[in-house]
Design a protein around this ligand. Structure first.
Ligand code: MG
Length: 300
C-alpha cells in the first residue's frame, strides 16, 4: 500500500483502491519535465545531465526519445499538440514541428540572451509562460557554463504569433515551476532559490492574471518543506500537486495542505496523463513513477 499521509479528510476524494504508487522505470540521472502524449500513450521527459529526452509507454517501456536534446528541461504541449520545450543548451524555448524539426521560438529578451529557461505552461490563448533561472549556465552539468546577460531571473510571457516577449514578474530569486488555475485567473509560480542559499526561498507564490497577459497582486501561497517546490500541476478542481524532497504535497486553493503522496526518491516534476487523464506521472531523480487518482489534470 502506498504511503499516503492524510492531513485533511478532503484528500479522500482523490483516493481510490487503485491509488498505489508504481515505479514505471528507472535509469535517468536526473529526470524533469514530464509531458503526456495522448496519441502515443506515452510520457516524454528530460534527463538533463545526460542531455537526452526519454520516452516511456506501457507497451514499449523505456526508450530514448531524443539525444542530444540541447539539455532540455520543462516540456508542455501547445493547443495544436506540438511539443514545446525549455532548453538550457540553446537558452531558448523550442517547438517540435509536425515534420520533426525543432525550431527555436525565442532565446532573447531585448537583445540579450535568456539565462536557461526551466519550465513552462501554455495558456489557452496559445501564449507561453516560462521561468528563466540560471541553473543551466552555472556549470557544464546541465548546460554550458556562461555569464548571465540578464539582470536577474524572471518570469516571461511569449506570444508565438506576434513574437512579443514580455516580463511578467521580476521579483523572484529563482523562479521555477508554473501552473494556471483551471479558469486561468491565477498563476502559481515556485521559487527554488533555497538550493543555493540558506536563506533563499522554497515557496509557491500566486498571482492574479490581469487581462490574460499580466500578473498582479503576487502573494505567498505556501512554503514547501522538506526540499524544494520544483514543478507542479493543478487538477480540475483547482488542487495543486507540488514536488518536494519526499512527496507530492497536495494543496487546496485556500493554501491548506491536504496530504502527501510519499515517493522514495527526490521529486522534480509531475504531470497528469493516461487514457482517462487521471494518472499522475512523477519524475523523481532516476525514476518515473505514477499513481491513479480520482481526479484529472486541468491542463495537458
Ligand atoms: Mg524545474
Amino acid at each position: 500500500m502506498t504511503d499516503i499521509q492524510i492531513f485533511d479528510p478532503r484528500l479522500q476524494r482523490i483516493l481510490n483502491p487503485d491509488s498505489r504508487l508504481e515505479q514505471l522505470c528507472t535509469g535517468a540521472e536526473w529526470g524533469e519535465g514530464p509531458v503526456w502524449i495522448g496519441e502515443q500513450s506515452c510520457v516524454v521527459w528530460s534527463d538533463i545531465p545526460n542531455n537526452r529526452m526519454l520516452r516511456w509507454s506501457a507497451e514499449e517501456g523505456l526508450s530514448v526519445f531524443r539525444q542530444p536534446a540541447h539539455f532540455s528541461n520543462g516540456n508542455y504541449r501547445d493547443r495544436e499538440g506540438r511539443l514545446v520545450t525549455c532548453e538550457h543548451g540553446r537558452r531558448c524555448i523550442s517547438r517540435t514541428e509536425r515534420d520533426g524539426r525543432v525550431e527555436v521560438l525565442v532565446d532573447r529578451y531585448q537583445g540579450a540572451r535568456l539565462n536557461s529557461p526551466n519550465d513552462l505552461v501554455v495558456k489557452s490563448d496559445g501564449s507561453i509562460w516560462f521561468s528563466d533561472p540560471a541553473y543551466g549556465i552555472m556549470s557544464d552539468r546541465e548546460g554550458y557554463l556562461a555569464e548571465s546577460e540578464q539582470d536577474g531571473c524572471h518570469v516571461y510571457r511569449f506570444d508565438p504569433l506576434s513574437h512579443e516577449l514580455s516580463r511578467v514578474a521580476n521579483d523572484f530569486e529563482k523562479p521555477n515551476g508554473l501552473a494556471f488555475s483551471p479558469d486561468e485567473t491565477l498563476l502559481y509560480v515556485s521559487d527554488t532559490s533555497a538550493s543555493h542559499a540558506e536563506d533563499g526561498c522554497h515557496h509557491l507564490r500566486v498571482f492574479d492574471v490581469l487581462d490574460g497577459r499580466r500578473l498582479v497582486n503576487g502573494r505567498l501561497f505556501a512554503v514547501i518543506e522538506p526540499g524544494l517546490p520544483d514543478g507542479f500541476r493543478v487538477d480540475q478542481q483547482g488542487w495543486l500537486y507540488v514536488s518536494s524532497q519526499d512527496s507530492i504535497q497536495v494543496y487546496a486553493p485556500d493554501g491548506c495542505l491536504l496530504g502527501k503522496i510519499l515517493v522514495p526518491e527526490k521529486i522534480s516534476n509531475c504531470t497528469f496523463g493516461g487514457a482517462e487523464g487521471n494518472r499522475l506521472f512523477i519524475t523523481a531523480s532516476t525514476s518515473l513513477y505514477a499513481i491513479t487518482l480520482n481526479t484529472r489534470g486541468c491542463q495537458s
